[in-house]
Design a protein around this ligand. Structure first.
Ligand code: MN
Length: 721
């Protein structure tokens, strides 16, 4: 059994200035809180934190990590709170313990098929400090070593998770020995028969193997000596799991797996590596296609070595790895090696572009003064551009950083996105702008009446969400155009005693549609709404020329009548609406627009378009989706009712002067009303008939010139609440 003093001793070999009191305090604390607890093996629970701390010293981690190893289950498995850990051990250690506890919670979720990679990423992305992952790996390693005490069901579950998630993480971090041990242990529980078979077969030839390994070792050492190369040679049986993998990948049985022995030559320099390779290839015949240069082209996890397979003594295939001592450290300890050995030469020689995050870490390291500072900087974001979140059912989904619940909603289904009205993150309602964070569980609330907002386009991150939102607005735009087109066409057809519905039924309109090269009648009507085709053009296609002429004649005759109507109801032809004429138009009573005023139109179902001045409060409060662009047709002249108010002195004859001024400026007075005030002022309200804005300005100017008139204003009705 590992004792506390063994851990302390090991820590002091690589970290002689470590605060031994702190570590002892962590040990005493752990012993106290776990007292009385036993593991499934029947041993005191304390053995587990001790072993984990021991593994962490094998990884040569710093004292905070080793202390966390001792404390890592205190919060998860005892009544201890994070607050107590913080009080006793400070912020750094409480953060580490908290991180490890969080991972334990997350990895317990049931993982669906094919989710392994995502889970691996979520774990890596969640933690802010890489030491959390290293401590978790040590924890898992000891749990795997003692897995036999679990039920066989749990064994398979834990072993599968180890193989899917933890071994690949160890590999990614480059900690080879942890990765290999996790794999072999997991394999042992997942395929006990196969494991036994391979082990027995290897064991059978054990003596023979040992002799063979010894012979190859001696031959290689002799060659190194002859060539004045300093170094060492080791030979070993390959890891059981890697033999199994080879069998599976190449679909062969154990007897066909030849190179089950592997050799490693470790030398001082890269030049020596290539020299040794030359020596080996001249000694034994290389197997074509088996040479790999991971020195020139390092693996993503920083692994470097030369790999070759040759036909060794007695015609047996052997695999040989050649590397420097420094590369060896990296291969064995992975990321842990980097904050301990600062030579960094391996990396300087490597091609920068081939490295990803790990390379970046090392670059930071080079600029930093000491290990503590490096540790501070290793609060890595291993996947800086991605977040991983859960659906309520526990499926993992990946998003770019900054993604929102809207992105999440559209990733599930465009209907969910289009009807999204709110979102819950980890059970709490959040704004739709909320930025998702790794580990969040997202629930989308929908409502049949909810619809996308153009604002969403400003904050969604995924192109899927953007596209779907735009599509929705395009469809809505079309719907609007169809409604407007119908309105316009119906109005025009009525003049000729035609009915839209009948023309659609008889197929006449679909003939017109194809004349204009539209696929459907709906497309044609939408085009009328957009203003691409006028209703007049459509009538022209339906009626013979004579009927059109006749109708024109009739219109001419009714002109005077129409003019009167226009004055009373408001002229409707004075506006151009997206290039379409003959729209049913109403002038809003609140602002009484005049030609020359900036105006906007709003579609009112069944009532055509209502025209407001652009600055009218009712217009500004109107639904922007029903808004259409309109402008005045300068070629046409009509008369509009306008009300003005004249503030003047209460002076005899002034009213007559005002009336004269108005009529001399060619405006009729339809109505007038004058009130006097106590302070000898008069306020007159006049309803005039005016052609356009310039006409009105002229009238007002004329009034302002009159002596005694103080102020003239155009009247508008204020917005109603
Ligand atoms: Mn544990």
């Amino acid at each position: 059994m590992l004792r506390f003093n063994d851990i302390l001793e090991r820590l002091l070999t690589y970290s002689p200035n470590a605060d031994t009191d702190l570590l002892r305090k962590a040990y005493v604390f752990s012993a106290k809180v776990h007292i009385g607890q036993v593991r499934l093996s029947g041993e005191p629970y304390l053995i587990h934190p001790l072993e984990v701390a021991g593994i962490l010293t094998q990884m040569k981690l710093d004292i905070a990590s080793v202390a966390t190893g001792l404390l890592h289950d205190a919060v998860e498995d005892t009544l201890t709170t994070l607050e107590e850990i913080r009080e006793n051990f400070g912020e750094e250690i409480v953060q580490l313990v908290d991180g490890v506890t969080k991972i334990s919670q997350i990895s317990l979720r049931s993982s669906e098929e094919g989710q392994a990679e995502n889970f691996r990423k979520i774990i890596l992305a969640m933690v802010k400090d890489i030491r959390v992952i290293l401590i978790k790996l040590a924890d898992r390693l000891h749990n795997m070593r003692t897995l036999k005490f679990h039920s066989s069901e749990r064994q398979v579950e834990i072993a599968q998770e180890t193989l899917d998630i933890y071994a690949p993480i160890a590999h990614r971090l480059g900690i080879d020995w942890v990765k290999s041990e996790l794999e072999d242990l997991a394999f042992q529980y997942l395929h006990p028969d196969l494991y036994q078979q391979i082990q027995t077969k290897i064991a059978k030839k054990e003596k023979e193997r040992a002799r063979y390994i010894d012979e190859v070792n001696r031959t290689l050492m002799k060659k190194l000596y002859e060539n004045h190369i300093e170094g060492e040679v080791t030979g070993r049986l390959k890891q059981i799991y890697s033999i199994y993998r080879k069998m599976k990948e190449q679909n062969i049985d154990l007897d066909q797996v030849y190179d089950i022995t592997a050799f490693r030559v470790i030398v001082n320099s890269i030049k020596d590596c290539y020299d040794v390779l030359g020596i080996i290839h001249s000694l034994w015949k290389p197997i074509p296609g088996k040479f790999k240069d991971y020195i020139g082209l390092p693996k993503e996890n920083m692994y470097q070595s030369l790999h070759t397979s040759v036909i060794g003594p007695y015609g047996e295939r052997i695999e040989i790895q050649i590397r420097t001592y420094e590369m060896h450290k990296v291969a064995e300890e992975g990321i842990a090696a980097h904050w301990k050995y600062k030579e960094g030469k391996v990396l300087e020689e490597a091609d920068g572009k081939r490295f990803t995050w790990l390379r970046q870490l090392l670059e930071w390291q080079r600029d930093l003064k000491d290990n503590a500072e490096f540790m501070e900087s290793v609060k890595v974001d291993l996947f800086p551009n991605e977040v991983y979140v859960f659906t309520p059912k526990g499926t993992v989904k990946q998003f770019p950083i900054g993604a929102t619940p809207i992105d999440f909603a559209y990733s599930i289904h465009s209907d969910i996105g289009n009807h999204c009205m709110g979102a819950k993150v980890n059970g709490r309602i959040v704004p739709l702008k909320y930025e998702l964070r790794s580990g969040d569980t997202i629930e989308i609330m929908t409502s049949p009446g909810a619809r996308p907002s153009k604002d969403w386009l400003k904050f969604v991150k995924t192109s899927r969400a953007k596209t779907k939102i735009r599509q929705w607005f395009t469809a809505e735009e079309r719907e609007k155009s169809i409604a407007l087109g119908k309105e316009i066409l119906e109005k025009e057809l009525r003049k000729y005693n035609l009915q839209q519905a009948k023309l659609i039924k008889s197929g006449e309109l679909s003939k017109v549609a194809s004349d204009f090269s539209f696929q459907t009648v709906e497309d044609l009507i939408a085009a009328v709404g957009y203003g691409k085709v006028t209703a007049n053009q459509i009538v022209g296609k339906i009626l013979p020329q004579e009927r059109l002429e006749e109708q024109k004649q009739g219109l001419e005759e009714g002109r005077i009548k129409t003019l009167i109507k226009k004055i009373t109801r408001g002229p409707r032809d004075a506006l151009l609406i997206k290039g379409v004429d003959n729209v049913m138009v109403r002038y809003a009573g609140c602002c009484n627009p005049l030609p020359g005023d900036k105006v906007v139109g709003f579609i009112t179902r069944g009532r055509g378009i209502t025209i407001h001045t652009a600055d009218c409060q009712n217009a500004m409060a109107g639904d922007p989706n029903r808004r259409v662009e309109v402008e005045w047709d300068s070629t046409k002249e009509y008369i509009y009712p306008v009300r003005i108010r004249v503030y003047s002195d209460d002076k005899r004859g002034l009213l007559a002067e005002i009336s004269n001024s108005i009529t001399s400026n060619e405006a009729n007075i339809k109505n007038a009303m004058v009130n006097t005030t106590e302070d000898s002022k008069a306020i007159g309200t006049f309803e005039l008939e005016i052609r356009d804005l310039n006409h009105l300005k002229k009238v007002i100017k004329g009034l302002e010139k009159i002596k005694g008139v103080n102020r003239v204003e155009r009247l508008r009705i204020e917005a109603q609440a």
